[in-house]
Ligand binder design. Structure first.
Ligand code: MF3
Ligand code: CO
Ligand code: CO
Length: 270
């Protein structure tokens, strides 16, 4: 049994504030995403917004065992980059590029973690469909969240939906408990079987952040020690929210004025 933190009211309020700020960063950066801008510039804009709001970017110098310190404030993952793309002033967005911007902030000691997909100019029909299906995967996972459900239920619905669409689920990276630390237990797998893994309890806070590939599930790591790409160079997409388990269902903590609405098939009576 994993040691999953149950957060108290004060901790929940702190994590709620950090999560909102992380989502507001994603709102703020949206109008700057267009062909010709560098991912380094987008990172700089996010970094400044975060510090201007009395917070710290959690990725900067983050150094899990076996890694080198992460050099930037955000992760920006283009096209076939699955996750942990390192922003770079020499990497200019091209028309039709798809990208995930992933923001984790530390505000008053608490963490909030969220990411969205963006397009530089008009994307291909294929890229749009991959992003949409991935967004629906995330929300189908969120929709499972309530006391008594199991983490395996989340993975199950995500895997089913992605594979029915002809896509594959990345296995090496997963969602995670979050709030008091950056990456807490449990690992929230985006594949699996119903009624497996730990049971969800009120006060748990974790991310759901499926990485879905248009081609095969295999990945490869780049020599920079961070960047992950699809092995077959197919496109990859990801969306991420931080979720609180409530007494009756869930609360999405990473909310902001411009966040995309849930898909129509999601219940809102939690
Ligand atoms: N924000 C990522 C996540 O969703 C983690 C990024 S780790 C970093 O878990 F060091 F690359 F920033
Ligand atoms: Co993240
Ligand atoms: Co995360």
């Amino acid at each position: 049994m994993a040691k999953i933190y149950i957060k108290n009211a004060e901790q929940i309020e702190g994590i709620r504030k950090a999560s909102k700020l992380a989502a507001e960063v994603l709102d703020y950066v949206a109008p700057f995403v267009k062909p010709g801008v560098s991912t380094g510039e987008l990172d700089k804009l996010c970094h400044e917004f975060i510090t201007d709001h009395g917070a710290v970017p959690a990725p900067l110098n983050y150094c899990p065992p076996g890694y080198t310190p992460y050099p930037k404030a955000t992760c920006i993952s283009l096209n076939d980059v699955v996750c942990h793309g390192i922003p770079n002033f020499n990497k200019l967005l091209k028309k039709g590029d798809t990208l995930n911007i992933d923001i984790t902030v530390i505000k008053d000691g608490y963490y909030g973690d969220t990411s969205r997909m963006y397009f530089a100019g008009e994307p291909s029909i294929m890229a749009k469909r991959l992003s949409k299906i991935t967004y629906e995967c995330m929300w189908l996972g969120i929709n499972e969240v309530k006391p008594g459900a199991h983490f395996g239920d989340i993975g199950y619905v995500i895997q089913q939906y992605a594979e029915d669409a002809g896509y594959s689920v990345v296995r090496e990276f997963c969602g995670h408990g979050v709030g008091i630390e950056f990456h807490e237990e449990p690992q929230v797998l985006h594949y699996g079987r119903r009624n497996t893994m730990d049971e969800l309890k009120p006060g748990m806070i974790f991310t759901i952040e499926p990485m879905i590939n248009a081609g095969g599930k295999a990945i490869r790591s780049m020599p920079d020690g961070w960047t992950i790409r699809t092995k077959d160079r197919s496109l990859s997409a990801q969306w991420e929210h931080t979720i609180l388990v409530t007494d009756t269902g869930y609360e999405v903590l990473t909310v902001s004025p411009d966040m995309p609405s849930p898909p129509h098939f999601i219940r809102n009576n939690h």
